[in-house]
Design a protein around this ligand. Structure first.
Ligand code: PLP
Length: 385
Protein backbone atom coordinates (compact mmCIF):
# COMPACT_ATOMS: atom_id res chain seq x y z
CA UNK A 1 0.00 0.00 0.00
CA UNK A 2 1.41 3.38 -0.92
CA UNK A 3 1.19 5.99 1.77
CA UNK A 4 -0.60 9.31 1.28
CA UNK A 5 0.94 11.88 3.59
CA UNK A 6 -1.46 14.75 4.32
CA UNK A 7 0.13 15.87 7.60
CA UNK A 8 2.65 18.42 6.39
CA UNK A 9 1.72 20.99 9.03
CA UNK A 10 3.04 18.50 11.61
CA UNK A 11 6.30 17.98 9.77
CA UNK A 12 7.61 17.50 6.24
CA UNK A 13 9.91 15.17 4.34
CA UNK A 14 13.44 16.58 4.03
CA UNK A 15 14.03 17.65 0.42
CA UNK A 16 16.91 16.28 -1.64
CA UNK A 17 18.60 19.71 -1.71
CA UNK A 18 18.28 20.16 2.07
CA UNK A 19 19.58 16.63 2.69
CA UNK A 20 22.55 17.24 0.34
CA UNK A 21 23.37 20.50 2.15
CA UNK A 22 23.24 18.73 5.54
CA UNK A 23 25.42 15.88 4.28
CA UNK A 24 27.99 18.36 2.97
CA UNK A 25 28.09 20.06 6.37
CA UNK A 26 28.53 16.73 8.14
CA UNK A 27 31.17 15.23 5.88
CA UNK A 28 33.00 18.15 4.29
CA UNK A 29 32.39 21.35 6.24
CA UNK A 30 32.63 19.65 9.62
CA UNK A 31 34.96 22.15 11.33
CA UNK A 32 33.70 24.03 14.34
CA UNK A 33 32.68 27.42 12.91
CA UNK A 34 34.39 29.08 15.89
CA UNK A 35 37.77 27.43 15.11
CA UNK A 36 40.59 29.87 14.32
CA UNK A 37 42.24 27.95 11.45
CA UNK A 38 41.24 28.31 7.84
CA UNK A 39 38.92 25.27 7.80
CA UNK A 40 36.93 26.78 10.67
CA UNK A 41 36.89 30.18 8.99
CA UNK A 42 35.58 28.63 5.76
CA UNK A 43 32.86 26.78 7.68
CA UNK A 44 31.95 30.01 9.42
CA UNK A 45 31.74 31.78 6.09
CA UNK A 46 29.25 29.19 4.82
CA UNK A 47 27.19 29.62 7.97
CA UNK A 48 27.10 33.38 7.46
CA UNK A 49 26.15 32.92 3.82
CA UNK A 50 23.21 30.77 4.96
CA UNK A 51 22.20 33.44 7.48
CA UNK A 52 22.38 36.15 4.82
CA UNK A 53 20.24 34.08 2.45
CA UNK A 54 17.58 33.46 5.10
CA UNK A 55 17.63 37.09 6.23
CA UNK A 56 17.07 38.12 2.60
CA UNK A 57 13.86 36.06 2.42
CA UNK A 58 12.61 37.78 5.58
CA UNK A 59 13.81 41.23 4.50
CA UNK A 60 15.97 41.74 7.60
CA UNK A 61 19.64 42.26 8.44
CA UNK A 62 21.57 38.99 8.91
CA UNK A 63 23.11 40.20 12.18
CA UNK A 64 19.65 40.26 13.80
CA UNK A 65 18.91 36.62 12.94
CA UNK A 66 19.90 33.79 15.32
CA UNK A 67 19.84 30.09 14.61
CA UNK A 68 17.95 28.04 17.20
CA UNK A 69 16.93 24.41 17.67
CA UNK A 70 13.47 25.22 16.34
CA UNK A 71 10.48 27.44 16.98
CA UNK A 72 9.84 26.23 20.54
CA UNK A 73 13.28 27.44 21.58
CA UNK A 74 12.86 30.72 19.68
CA UNK A 75 9.52 31.35 21.38
CA UNK A 76 10.91 30.54 24.84
CA UNK A 77 13.89 32.79 24.14
CA UNK A 78 11.74 35.71 23.04
CA UNK A 79 9.07 35.48 25.75
CA UNK A 80 11.47 34.85 28.65
CA UNK A 81 14.10 37.25 27.30
CA UNK A 82 11.70 40.12 26.69
CA UNK A 83 9.85 39.70 29.98
CA UNK A 84 13.07 39.50 31.99
CA UNK A 85 14.00 42.96 30.68
CA UNK A 86 10.81 44.52 31.99
CA UNK A 87 10.56 45.69 35.58
CA UNK A 88 9.28 42.87 37.79
CA UNK A 89 6.36 40.86 36.53
CA UNK A 90 4.75 42.37 33.50
CA UNK A 91 1.84 41.33 31.32
CA UNK A 92 1.70 39.03 28.30
CA UNK A 93 -1.23 38.68 25.90
CA UNK A 94 -1.48 35.70 23.58
CA UNK A 95 -4.26 34.55 21.29
CA UNK A 96 -6.57 31.63 22.04
CA UNK A 97 -5.24 30.05 18.84
CA UNK A 98 -1.54 29.97 19.81
CA UNK A 99 0.56 26.84 19.70
CA UNK A 100 1.43 25.37 23.14
CA UNK A 101 5.00 26.65 22.64
CA UNK A 102 3.50 30.12 23.27
CA UNK A 103 0.63 29.38 25.66
CA UNK A 104 2.67 27.06 27.93
CA UNK A 105 5.58 29.52 28.06
CA UNK A 106 3.24 32.42 28.90
CA UNK A 107 1.62 30.28 31.59
CA UNK A 108 5.03 29.32 32.96
CA UNK A 109 5.87 33.01 33.23
CA UNK A 110 2.62 33.54 35.11
CA UNK A 111 3.17 30.63 37.46
CA UNK A 112 6.86 31.12 38.27
CA UNK A 113 7.98 34.60 37.23
CA UNK A 114 5.22 36.82 38.56
CA UNK A 115 3.89 37.77 35.15
CA UNK A 116 0.27 38.06 34.22
CA UNK A 117 -0.87 36.18 31.10
CA UNK A 118 -4.18 36.83 29.38
CA UNK A 119 -5.85 35.35 26.33
CA UNK A 120 -7.02 37.31 23.28
CA UNK A 121 -10.34 35.78 22.11
CA UNK A 122 -10.86 34.40 18.60
CA UNK A 123 -13.85 33.98 16.28
CA UNK A 124 -15.29 30.72 14.96
CA UNK A 125 -12.52 30.42 12.33
CA UNK A 126 -9.68 31.14 14.78
CA UNK A 127 -9.13 34.80 13.83
CA UNK A 128 -8.31 37.12 16.73
CA UNK A 129 -10.75 39.78 17.79
CA UNK A 130 -8.88 43.08 17.30
CA UNK A 131 -11.40 45.07 19.35
CA UNK A 132 -10.89 42.65 22.25
CA UNK A 133 -7.11 43.04 21.85
CA UNK A 134 -7.46 46.80 22.00
CA UNK A 135 -9.58 46.52 25.16
CA UNK A 136 -7.01 44.18 26.77
CA UNK A 137 -4.22 46.64 25.90
CA UNK A 138 -5.83 49.34 28.04
CA UNK A 139 -4.00 47.72 30.97
CA UNK A 140 -0.17 48.11 30.80
CA UNK A 141 1.25 45.25 28.73
CA UNK A 142 4.80 44.38 27.66
CA UNK A 143 4.28 41.64 25.11
CA UNK A 144 1.67 40.43 22.61
CA UNK A 145 2.19 36.98 21.04
CA UNK A 146 0.43 36.16 17.79
CA UNK A 147 0.96 33.56 15.10
CA UNK A 148 1.02 34.51 11.44
CA UNK A 149 -0.84 31.39 10.29
CA UNK A 150 -2.68 29.00 12.57
CA UNK A 151 -1.31 25.46 12.47
CA UNK A 152 -4.69 23.72 12.81
CA UNK A 153 -7.13 25.84 10.80
CA UNK A 154 -4.81 27.79 8.49
CA UNK A 155 -6.27 31.21 9.26
CA UNK A 156 -3.94 34.14 8.52
CA UNK A 157 -4.00 36.44 11.54
CA UNK A 158 -4.19 40.24 11.17
CA UNK A 159 -0.65 40.55 12.48
CA UNK A 160 0.09 44.03 11.23
CA UNK A 161 -3.09 45.48 12.74
CA UNK A 162 -2.31 43.71 16.03
CA UNK A 163 1.27 45.03 15.93
CA UNK A 164 0.05 48.57 15.38
CA UNK A 165 -2.32 48.28 18.34
CA UNK A 166 0.43 46.78 20.51
CA UNK A 167 2.86 49.57 19.60
CA UNK A 168 0.26 52.28 20.20
CA UNK A 169 -0.05 50.95 23.76
CA UNK A 170 3.68 50.57 24.44
CA UNK A 171 3.88 46.78 23.96
CA UNK A 172 6.02 44.74 21.56
CA UNK A 173 4.88 41.81 19.44
CA UNK A 174 6.33 38.33 18.97
CA UNK A 175 5.16 36.71 15.74
CA UNK A 176 5.15 32.90 15.47
CA UNK A 177 5.77 32.60 11.74
CA UNK A 178 6.20 28.81 11.64
CA UNK A 179 3.23 28.00 9.39
CA UNK A 180 3.50 31.16 7.30
CA UNK A 181 7.17 31.24 6.32
CA UNK A 182 7.55 29.93 2.77
CA UNK A 183 3.78 29.44 2.48
CA UNK A 184 2.43 32.99 2.14
CA UNK A 185 4.33 36.04 0.86
CA UNK A 186 5.44 38.63 3.45
CA UNK A 187 8.47 40.50 4.77
CA UNK A 188 8.96 41.12 8.49
CA UNK A 189 8.60 44.86 7.89
CA UNK A 190 5.06 44.25 6.51
CA UNK A 191 4.15 42.62 9.81
CA UNK A 192 5.72 45.31 12.01
CA UNK A 193 7.00 42.48 14.23
CA UNK A 194 9.54 43.02 17.01
CA UNK A 195 10.47 39.33 17.22
CA UNK A 196 9.79 36.52 14.76
CA UNK A 197 10.34 32.76 14.83
CA UNK A 198 10.42 30.09 12.15
CA UNK A 199 11.13 26.37 12.06
CA UNK A 200 12.93 24.29 9.44
CA UNK A 201 11.02 21.04 9.66
CA UNK A 202 7.77 22.54 8.39
CA UNK A 203 9.62 23.53 5.23
CA UNK A 204 11.45 20.36 4.12
CA UNK A 205 14.55 21.01 6.27
CA UNK A 206 15.37 18.58 9.11
CA UNK A 207 13.94 18.74 12.63
CA UNK A 208 15.97 20.62 15.23
CA UNK A 209 16.76 23.81 13.32
CA UNK A 210 14.98 27.15 13.33
CA UNK A 211 15.65 30.84 13.50
CA UNK A 212 14.76 33.76 15.71
CA UNK A 213 14.81 37.33 14.47
CA UNK A 214 15.04 40.08 17.08
CA UNK A 215 14.58 43.72 16.17
CA UNK A 216 17.79 45.65 16.93
CA UNK A 217 15.60 48.02 18.96
CA UNK A 218 14.25 45.25 21.18
CA UNK A 219 15.64 44.48 24.62
CA UNK A 220 15.75 40.71 25.00
CA UNK A 221 18.03 38.66 27.28
CA UNK A 222 19.61 35.45 26.00
CA UNK A 223 18.06 32.14 26.99
CA UNK A 224 21.11 29.86 26.85
CA UNK A 225 24.45 30.77 28.39
CA UNK A 226 27.74 29.12 27.49
CA UNK A 227 30.51 29.58 24.97
CA UNK A 228 29.11 32.83 23.61
CA UNK A 229 28.26 31.73 20.07
CA UNK A 230 25.86 33.83 17.97
CA UNK A 231 27.36 37.00 19.46
CA UNK A 232 26.56 35.74 22.98
CA UNK A 233 22.86 35.59 22.16
CA UNK A 234 22.61 31.81 21.79
CA UNK A 235 25.45 29.69 23.11
CA UNK A 236 26.18 26.18 21.88
CA UNK A 237 28.13 24.92 18.88
CA UNK A 238 26.11 25.83 15.82
CA UNK A 239 24.09 23.14 14.06
CA UNK A 240 25.84 23.45 10.71
CA UNK A 241 23.97 20.59 8.98
CA UNK A 242 20.67 22.10 10.07
CA UNK A 243 21.69 25.65 9.17
CA UNK A 244 22.82 24.80 5.63
CA UNK A 245 19.77 22.59 5.11
CA UNK A 246 17.43 25.34 6.33
CA UNK A 247 18.94 27.85 3.90
CA UNK A 248 18.66 25.31 1.04
CA UNK A 249 15.04 24.47 1.91
CA UNK A 250 14.09 28.15 2.19
CA UNK A 251 15.73 28.85 -1.16
CA UNK A 252 13.62 26.12 -2.79
CA UNK A 253 10.45 27.38 -1.11
CA UNK A 254 11.00 30.94 -2.33
CA UNK A 255 12.15 29.97 -5.83
CA UNK A 256 9.02 27.81 -6.30
CA UNK A 257 6.57 29.83 -4.24
CA UNK A 258 3.96 30.41 -6.94
CA UNK A 259 4.11 26.84 -8.25
CA UNK A 260 3.81 25.43 -4.75
CA UNK A 261 0.89 27.71 -3.90
CA UNK A 262 -0.99 26.53 -6.99
CA UNK A 263 -0.30 22.91 -6.08
CA UNK A 264 -1.48 23.34 -2.46
CA UNK A 265 -4.64 25.01 -3.73
CA UNK A 266 -5.30 22.35 -6.35
CA UNK A 267 -5.01 19.59 -3.75
CA UNK A 268 -6.96 21.46 -1.06
CA UNK A 269 -9.77 22.48 -3.42
CA UNK A 270 -10.08 19.01 -4.94
CA UNK A 271 -10.40 17.47 -1.50
CA UNK A 272 -12.81 20.08 -0.20
CA UNK A 273 -15.01 19.95 -3.31
CA UNK A 274 -15.20 16.15 -3.03
CA UNK A 275 -16.12 16.33 0.67
CA UNK A 276 -18.69 19.05 0.11
CA UNK A 277 -20.36 17.16 -2.75
CA UNK A 278 -20.40 13.73 -1.11
CA UNK A 279 -20.58 14.01 2.67
CA UNK A 280 -23.42 15.65 4.58
CA UNK A 281 -23.51 17.28 8.00
CA UNK A 282 -20.01 18.71 7.93
CA UNK A 283 -18.43 22.01 8.95
CA UNK A 284 -15.60 23.63 7.02
CA UNK A 285 -13.41 24.93 9.84
CA UNK A 286 -10.98 26.69 7.50
CA UNK A 287 -11.93 30.11 6.22
CA UNK A 288 -10.61 29.35 2.73
CA UNK A 289 -10.48 32.95 1.50
CA UNK A 290 -8.38 34.11 4.48
CA UNK A 291 -6.15 31.12 5.10
CA UNK A 292 -2.80 29.75 4.02
CA UNK A 293 -3.28 27.31 1.14
CA UNK A 294 -1.66 24.22 2.69
CA UNK A 295 -4.21 23.52 5.46
CA UNK A 296 -7.81 22.26 5.36
CA UNK A 297 -9.78 21.46 8.51
CA UNK A 298 -13.25 19.87 8.41
CA UNK A 299 -15.57 18.40 11.07
CA UNK A 300 -17.84 15.43 10.36
CA UNK A 301 -20.80 15.36 12.78
CA UNK A 302 -21.66 11.94 14.20
CA UNK A 303 -18.06 10.68 14.02
CA UNK A 304 -15.02 10.90 16.30
CA UNK A 305 -11.71 12.39 15.15
CA UNK A 306 -9.61 9.56 16.58
CA UNK A 307 -11.77 6.86 14.99
CA UNK A 308 -11.69 8.61 11.60
CA UNK A 309 -7.93 9.07 11.85
CA UNK A 310 -7.33 5.37 12.52
CA UNK A 311 -9.75 4.29 9.80
CA UNK A 312 -7.81 6.41 7.30
CA UNK A 313 -4.53 5.13 8.68
CA UNK A 314 -5.61 1.62 7.73
CA UNK A 315 -5.92 2.85 4.15
CA UNK A 316 -2.36 4.23 4.31
CA UNK A 317 -3.49 7.83 4.79
CA UNK A 318 -1.80 10.08 7.37
CA UNK A 319 -3.84 13.03 8.63
CA UNK A 320 -4.21 14.63 12.01
CA UNK A 321 -6.97 15.41 14.48
CA UNK A 322 -5.28 18.57 15.70
CA UNK A 323 -1.74 19.76 16.17
CA UNK A 324 0.67 16.91 16.88
CA UNK A 325 1.66 18.69 20.09
CA UNK A 326 -1.82 18.71 21.58
CA UNK A 327 -2.60 15.08 20.72
CA UNK A 328 -2.48 14.00 24.37
CA UNK A 329 -4.63 16.84 25.61
CA UNK A 330 -7.21 16.26 22.89
CA UNK A 331 -7.29 12.51 23.42
CA UNK A 332 -8.34 12.94 27.03
CA UNK A 333 -11.38 15.12 26.42
CA UNK A 334 -12.10 13.94 22.88
CA UNK A 335 -12.55 17.60 22.01
CA UNK A 336 -10.26 19.72 19.92
CA UNK A 337 -9.24 22.53 22.25
CA UNK A 338 -8.80 25.08 19.49
CA UNK A 339 -12.31 24.46 18.16
CA UNK A 340 -13.60 24.73 21.75
CA UNK A 341 -11.82 28.12 21.90
CA UNK A 342 -13.56 29.01 18.62
CA UNK A 343 -16.86 28.55 20.46
CA UNK A 344 -18.08 25.55 18.44
CA UNK A 345 -20.58 22.92 19.58
CA UNK A 346 -19.37 19.49 20.73
CA UNK A 347 -20.53 17.79 17.51
CA UNK A 348 -17.86 19.79 15.67
CA UNK A 349 -15.10 19.88 18.29
CA UNK A 350 -15.05 16.08 18.64
CA UNK A 351 -15.06 15.20 14.94
CA UNK A 352 -12.49 17.34 13.12
CA UNK A 353 -9.64 16.32 10.87
CA UNK A 354 -6.77 18.46 9.62
CA UNK A 355 -5.37 17.76 6.16
CA UNK A 356 -2.12 19.57 5.36
CA UNK A 357 -0.30 19.45 2.08
CA UNK A 358 3.13 19.65 0.49
CA UNK A 359 3.79 20.50 -3.13
CA UNK A 360 4.48 16.79 -3.73
CA UNK A 361 0.84 15.93 -3.04
CA UNK A 362 -1.50 15.56 -6.01
CA UNK A 363 -5.17 16.06 -6.85
CA UNK A 364 -5.41 12.28 -7.46
CA UNK A 365 -4.30 11.71 -3.87
CA UNK A 366 -6.94 14.20 -2.75
CA UNK A 367 -9.63 12.18 -4.56
CA UNK A 368 -8.39 8.93 -3.02
CA UNK A 369 -8.51 10.54 0.43
CA UNK A 370 -11.97 11.98 -0.30
CA UNK A 371 -13.34 8.53 -1.24
CA UNK A 372 -11.81 6.81 1.80
CA UNK A 373 -13.15 9.56 4.00
CA UNK A 374 -16.64 9.15 2.58
CA UNK A 375 -16.68 5.41 3.41
CA UNK A 376 -15.12 6.08 6.81
CA UNK A 377 -17.74 8.66 7.74
CA UNK A 378 -20.62 6.44 6.52
CA UNK A 379 -19.37 3.41 8.48
CA UNK A 380 -18.59 5.31 11.65
CA UNK A 381 -21.96 7.08 11.62
CA UNK A 382 -23.74 3.72 11.39
CA UNK A 383 -21.69 2.35 14.30
CA UNK A 384 -22.29 5.42 16.44
CA UNK A 385 -26.07 5.59 15.88
N1 PLP B 1 4.38 27.16 16.36
C1 PLP B 1 3.59 26.61 15.42
C2 PLP B 1 2.47 27.41 14.81
C3 PLP B 1 3.80 25.29 15.02
O1 PLP B 1 3.00 24.72 14.10
C4 PLP B 1 4.88 24.56 15.62
C5 PLP B 1 5.10 23.15 15.23
O2 PLP B 1 4.71 22.22 15.84
C6 PLP B 1 5.68 25.19 16.59
C7 PLP B 1 5.39 26.49 16.93
C8 PLP B 1 6.83 24.49 17.24
O3 PLP B 1 7.89 24.34 16.33
P1 PLP B 1 9.15 23.40 16.60
O4 PLP B 1 8.68 22.00 16.36
O5 PLP B 1 10.18 23.85 15.63
O6 PLP B 1 9.60 23.63 18.00
Amino acid sequence: MTMIYFDNAATTKVSAAAAAAALRAMQELFANPSAAYRFGVETNREMEAARTKLAGFLGVKPQDLLFTSGATEGINHAIKGIMSCSNKGGRILYSAAEHPAVSSTANFMQQFEGCEAEVIPIDSYGRIDLAALEALLQKPTQLVCLQLVNNELGIIQPVREAAELAHAHGAVILVDGVQGFGKIPFKISDLQADAFVLSGHKLHAPKGIGALWLSPKLRCRELIQGGGQEKKRRSGTENMPGILALAAAAEEAFANAEKRKQQYEAVRNTLWEYIEANIKDIRLNTDLANSAPHILNVSFAGTKSEVLLHYLEQQGICVSAGSACSTHKNAMSGKNQLLVNCGLEDKWTTSCLRFSFSAENTAEEALTVGRSLQSAVEEIRLLML
